[in-house]
Design a protein around this ligand. Sequence first.
Ligand code: ADP
Ligand code: MG
Length: 710
Amino acid sequence: MPVPERSEYSYSRFKSNRQSTSKEVGLMSNHLFQVPLTKLQGVGPQKAGELHALGISTVGHLIEYYPFRYEDYRVRELRDVKDGERITIQGTIAAPPAMQRYGGKTRLICRVTVDQTLVTAVWFNRAFLKEQLVVGREITLTGKWDQRRKHLTVADSEFPDRGAAKSGTLQPVYSVGGNITQAAMRKLIAKALSQFGAHIPEILPPELLEQHALIARAEAISGIHNPDNTKNGQEARRRMVYEELFLFQLTLQAYRATHMKKADGLVHKVNNEEIRAFVGQLPFALTDSQKQVINEILHDMKQPFVMNRLLQGDVGAGKTVVAAVALYATVRAGHQGALMVPTEILAEQHARSLGKLFEPLGIQIGLLTGSLTDRKRRDLIASLQMGLLDIVVGTHALIQEDVFFRSLGLVVTDEQHRFGVNQRSILRRKGMNPDVLSMTATPIPRTLAITVFGDMEVSTIRERPKGRKSIKTYSVKHEMMDRVLGFIRKEAELGRQTFFICPLIEESEKLDVQNAIDLHIQLSLALPQLAIGLLHGRMSAAEKEETMAAFASGRTNVLVSTTVIEVGVDVPNATLMIVMDADRFGLSQLHQLRGRVGRGEHQSYCILIADPKSENGQERMRAMTETDDGFEISRRDLEIRGPGEFFGTKQSGMPEFRLANLLNDFEVLEQARDDAAALTSKEAFWSSPTYAPLRDYLAREARLREEPLD
Ligand code: ADP
Ligand code: MG
């Protein structure tokens, strides 16, 4: 039988699979996902309906409905327990119980000997137990321990002579609702496992199971639900965490592998001499780090595959000039370049600075933003299409609308968290296959870079331009406003400028704007001798541009602004960044804001005005005052917020894992990445029946992403 072409294979898969939603979890190739719940003994249409409401629509879903935590009923020794802990202990009833009634409620008290200690067990509203508490009888008690009084408030008790079911185990706790109780869910899952557990198929290839000594899928899933002894529970979790991270990485690596193989990208003919000459006429010498990443980028651009590279570097590390060199290379190779940025302010700034750099060399630059007049826009698009413009700078709309190029060679995105798979496919649908360079100033710890950008190559600028002084950062209380104003005055006397950032109101841009307007009035009154500008998101593009231009040229001393200036703005003469209500800002945002100063030769300062009562806020202020290294900041951010929140939610492409926890499981993630990369680069992976379940999985993922692995 001939081996199908890879593209043929995935396309046919893509079309033949049935419809599904992204809510579906687990492995669709697994036939258990086709078995209706009513096939379970004792489950009729009504119960099936209730399960459906929890997102469980088939036996497969039920089997993979994992507990979100466990209740620990393993028996402990009293000498190991701490005050306030929830514990399970076993003992002998030492004396007849006493019962108290109060206001319709009951309290049952009984002395129990545990490890030769006399413990007082207390039940609330369990009057029916009284008869069963017979002196000399063994009992297992679970509840909250009061160390000083040797007192246990009982949540759960069992008698070993009646076959204590929970004692000694870890009990799964599921997310339940409606008529389905915790106990009912445990029973349903137990039933599903006993009826269908033997049919849970393996998905991982034998060599990986063996290499990492992983237990079989069926055994692991059963162990997740019944981790009766720690060993089994741990092994089950280890196996499923590996699987989860491996499958995630497999998707990324499969994209990467098909990508590299396809060789349908532009081969940029780069003339190294020309590049060297261009770099030589820059107003400064590049740092070694900048040279290094430029080499990596140019190397990719010369290759026949489509570049998909992430450039990360701390704020002020000098990413723009790296982008400029890459854009220069694409233009010299006879193509066009696009620079895509998140805000109009940034687009204008980049157009201005690139213009200064390129226009003397006869390279034409255009600016495309949402606020162009129809007429100008039409002209601009026409020039792009005819190839009269070499480089276009713009916002997101740049690549998404009716914009076509004569020959788009390179797309650079600045400060964009992720130039996702979807946008790449938009470009491709227009018949363009440009190289892509994504730049980010959110330095990501290596592990997370692997997670989120696993399908990209990563370049990092590690050093900052020489002679940069670190930014002195202080955290102060609101009461110190007078001194802050004095500081602004002093910097202005030295000819320096100040950014003053307004508090951030989560839900309301309107309130943000009001805050900025109020602050602007206050500062204008307090500092009558200074020129104070105002910038916020509700101003027209022309007003914003005018305000920015006034500040950039030094006509205004102070710029009061909402966070619209957060990313990318470059005014080297600004030396003072003041953030009002800094505790309302996230750490990486504060770091971004601080990065607006310290861009020139002068000593710069950052003053964070924060509420000392906000504990979490103070932790962030501490991080800010202790370091100005972006990588360290993001490490702290990760520590404070946890990986889930680290990137914000959806826009980041940060996946949510069901069992894996990136803080603890990052070594597994790295292993999974290496394994997935190795596997997808093997020809056998795409043809051998051994890997059919994995290929099925990929086909389904591709469908969910709406981009087949072509
Ligand atoms: P970011 O990485 O935050 O985008 P920019 O590209 O805006 O940083 O660069 C910050 C400032 O540093 C700019 O004013 C830029 O001209 C300057 N710069 C960049 N590279 C160097 C260098 N090698 N030496 C001196 N200054 C540099
Ligand atoms: Mg920048």
